[in-house]
Write a protein that binds this ligand. Sequence first.
Ligand code: PEP
Ligand code: MG
Length: 832
Amino acid sequence: MSDHRSGVVRIEPGAGVVAEAHGERAGDLQHLVDMGLTCPVSVALSVERLHGIATGQRFDAAGVINEFGPDPLVSVLPSSGRRSWGGPREFPDVGLNEATHALLAARFGQEHADRRWFDFILRYATDVACLDAEPFDEAAAGSDPAGAALEIYLREAGEAFPQDPGRQLSQVVSSMATAWGGITARLLRHAQGAPLEAGLALLVQDNRWSVAPGEIATGRVRMFDPVTGQTRLNGSLRALTETGAPAPAEDIPTALQDRAPERVEALSALLDTARRGFRADREIDVAYEGGRFLVLDASPQASSARVALNNAMALVEADVITREEALLRVAPPSLTAFLHPQVQPDPARKPLFSGVAASPGGATGHVVFTADAAAARAAREEPCILVRRETNPEDIRGMHVAQAIVTERGGMTSHAAVIARGLGVPCITGASGVVISAETETMTLGDGRVLHEGDLITVDGTHGEAHMGEILMTPADDDPGFLEFMSWADAARDIGVRANADTPQDAALAMSFLADGIGLCRTEHMFFEPSRMVVMREMIFAGTEADRRAALDQLLPMQRSDFRELFATMAGLPVCIRLFDPPLHEFLPMDREGRMNLAQSLDLSLTEVNRRIEAISEFNPMLGMRGVRLGLMHPEIYEMQVRAIFEAAIEAGRAVGATVEPEIMIPLVAGRSEVKLVKTRIDSVAAQVRVATGQEVAYRLGVLVETPRAALCAGEIAEYAQLLSFGTNDLTQMTYGLSRDDVSRFMKAYVEQGALTGDPFEKLDFKGVGELIRIAADRGRATNPSIDLSICGEHGGDIDTIDFCRTGGFTYVSCSPYRVPIARLSAAQLAI
Ligand code: PEP
Ligand code: MG
């Protein structure tokens, strides 16, 4: 701190160690000093002068206060004003006493002077002398608040209010240091990631500009548009009239451009200096006096994703930062603001209930309890929120038309969560303390309140909270800068980002988010729409192979046309199609009505439907007849699918004039033999198609590694596969032995007890599940060094998973389409 007329003070928190200043303004204050932009009557307090303040020594500030000349009035600015950090607030008007009060009154009128005098006494009494605020409240209501406050001070503090500005400053600085160094404040900060011994910086600054009349004006200016983030000089200046009342604020540059263009120019130059010095844009508080601007403060703007993104791009344009730095300045999760509307935050608002933030975005609508009710509302163009105990494929059409989805059960990887993320619909799963009954059409909350059909609620899927009634929404930002920014991210990243896309519509979405391909097409999801569901169930319920083949004959053309569209939409980008993996419970009709419908559509009696459901129901459907087990027990199912894939690839290839080489992935494998058997059958279908069409059919074989055994046997499996894709949803479920559909019931309490650090379905467990993946990757590579590796479970879009995959040399990650931009930016940040 060479210049003693301006500077940042570092307070030593104890033990003789000088800590760095911390807080959101610390760097800014230091920069202002470094750039020579601080107002020249800010005062430096050297570290030596403040030595020991936090440990209780008194601070003689007389010398400091003298530097402000006669009748000083100063503000003390802390480097961190964040209350959540236990930081002291800015302390204005230090130096006010009987004499300065009289001066203020003479210049600005009695009322103005009295108000400030009272405010200062009150603040000093409570924050410095630690007096109770209550008696002062009564004084405020009286005829002479300041006089009464002085009397209360004398009575309560046992001494007269200090008149000496030096003593006031000394005490104020001490109290700010003490507030900062208290145990509660330290723990508060520590909980938010600050070092336990974080230091405080203070700037003592002349306060004259906030009070001086006439020629002096103060205001706030910036170089960026506060809504779009683009470069635009704006702000306002406000002078004080001779009576001390503020004159109307003058807009910059509009009001000044013609009258005083040189001031606009000076402000531009000043902001440009600050921009280059900070290597960022700041909101700058200025004072204008005697033909020049002085800087009082510079603070970062709490900004939206749009402002952050465009401002970072503007700084690149102005040659202040590089593209890489710009990419690092936008938090990947904040990109959801470009993709979904968001509920406007209000910390005071208490949620109706909360749960797992399963799919981001906000929506308001009327509560409905069934897919039919959702469809009926949609037909009347009324927004609705589909509320279910849990969802299954029967709910899909309701989920398509609902504005948001809430389920009582489930977690991050349950049916509702996966589908909602795919649709881009806000969703809360595992709503805590909530009991949902479709029978009585009620939703009973933890506190006993009951919601009924038609009640209006707002779902905040970004934060996993629901609120009563309609809440103001910030619309999704439609910003042209977004695409360009994302192209920078693509140039920087070194790992692929594909999308999990099940239908041609999903594929179109994946393309619009510039995914590098499809990493997982869950083929059974193509049958979630009602007319197709009937055929799918016919297939599942078929009692004989002949019946099953009849159903499969109907499914074949549907699959072929979907696959053809997928290939065509993806225009040559890789498409990884997973063969059927329908956990049966997702496809069985749950209630009587669903079973009746099924009986009608299959032309069976209800008794027969019930009997068949009984026959195929499983105690543990997630560990049952699904995935490759279904494929091996009923080979005709995979044969139909593989045929559809090959025929579609040939047709799409003809249309685009290039060879389409599909990736075919086998789910729920436990070892090499299953893969070998399925591969033999795929090859045989390939030969049949080749003979029938005269066309060569090439494909790449993928194995979904989602059982612990498959991970351990990856070396053998890799003999047959060109791709190992880790299904981290099932792999987590099976490694922990923890049901992915029921986990929310106790996960929160379990984490609170410290039994787990977090929900492993939300954040990949790198220690256990990650170890299995590492082992599998090593063993797979040892057999087949060119094998592609990827993750396609719901963890795929998370930055820590991407980091893990990059480190392991994986080819790509795959996530739901709406998470693709977030994953692209995360990947870029990791590569920089
Ligand atoms: C997985 O288990 O991670 C996976 C991708 O498959 P699904 O979520 O469909 O079971
Ligand atoms: Mg799975």
